[in-house]
Design a protein around this ligand. Structure first.
Ligand code: SAM
Length: 279
């Protein structure tokens, strides 16, 4: 018997009109729709007159539900995997089923569509030849601060934030990256009260507090790129410089450190003189 196909189907992140024709065709055609929450997905299905057979696959039953779905796929039935909103298996359940399908030689077909982080990123105006998707940051403040410190990369960083933590997150970002670093706050994307703003971190808290309910709803935050690698590169160049200074005079150490690291020679020479003075 030929195995069925597993379709990974993206659904709207708010505006039901964002369901693609192909997503709807797929949901109507498959034997089973595996939903994070069957009630949520039925709203979408009902709106489009799709009478699909739904089964639950969520964080708490993922293993058992995946095993049953895998058996159905092996029996030749087709399955569409959907989550409550957006693209399944992206900060959502589903990856286990998809991995098992691969393991069983079952064809996996993505049906791409809405994704909150990408929606925020494409409307951020930050150059995103590369970007980092950081999912949800840890809930506890200490762990979150630590995680935030690791986001200092020279490309934009998109992450989810819960409404009851968004103010804290913005404060922590300000403390970590300073008032001038830019942030995009994308709230309630594709929904009635959608707002998207790009501002310096120093203004983010006031923006969230400027209107009632503004710090409620669903959020994606996009931190603007760090000032390229310059700071990190300079720190590394200074480390190299320090080692060379143990054996060489400042001008020679600066010249070699510049050659090794590509950092500007005059900046390194100035740093070398400063170190010499401090000794
Ligand atoms: N798989 C989803 C996707 O592809 O976008 C993400 C699921 S994750 C569990 C849910 C989080 O995504 C929310 O807490 C929020 O941070 C973000 N999100 C979802 N819908 C959103 C929307 N309409 N506007 C802003 N953020 C949204």
């Amino acid at each position: 018997m030929t195995s069925g196909t597993l379709y990974v189907v993206a659904t709207p992140i708010g505006n039901l009109a964002d369901a693609s024709p192909r997503a709807l065709e797929t949901l109507a055609a498959v034997d089973l729709v595996a939903c994070e929450d069957t009630r949520t997905s039925r709203t979408l299905l009902a709106r489009h007159g799709i009478a699909a057979r739904t089964v639950a696959l969520h964080a708490h039953n993922e293993r058992a539900a995946s095993a049953k779905l895998l058996a159905a796929l092996r029996d030749g039935r087709s399955v569409a995997l959907v989550s409550d909103a957006g693209t399944p298996a992206i900060s959502d359940p589903g990856a286990l089923l998809v991995a098992q399908a691969h393991g069983a030689g079952i064809r996996v077909v993505p049906v791409p569509g809405p994704n909150a982080a990408l929606a925020a990123l494409c409307a951020s105006g930050f150059h995103a030849e590369r970007f980092l998707f950081a999912g949800f940051l840890p809930a506890s403040r200490g762990a979150r601060k630590k995680a935030l410190a690791e986001l200092d990369v020279p490309w934009p960083v998109a992450f989810h934030e819960a409404p009851h933590r968004v103010l804290e997150a913005v404060e922590d970002l300000l403390a970590q990256y300073g008032a001038a670093r830019e942030l995009v706050i994308a709230r309630e994307l594709t929904k009635k009260f959608e707002e998207l703003v790009r501002l310096p971190l120093g203004e983010a808290r006031a923006w969230l507090l400027a209107a009632p309910h503004r710090h409620q709803g669903e959020f994606v935050l996009v931190l603007g790129p760090g000032s390229e690698r310059r700071e990190a590169d300079l720190a590394e160049a200074e480390r190299v410089l320090g080692v060379l200074l143990e054996a060489l005079p400042p001008s020679e150490a600066a010249r070699l450190a510049a050659r090794i690291t590509g950092a500007p020679r005059n900046a390194l020479y100035a740093a070398a003189l400063l170190r010499a003075k401090k000794r």
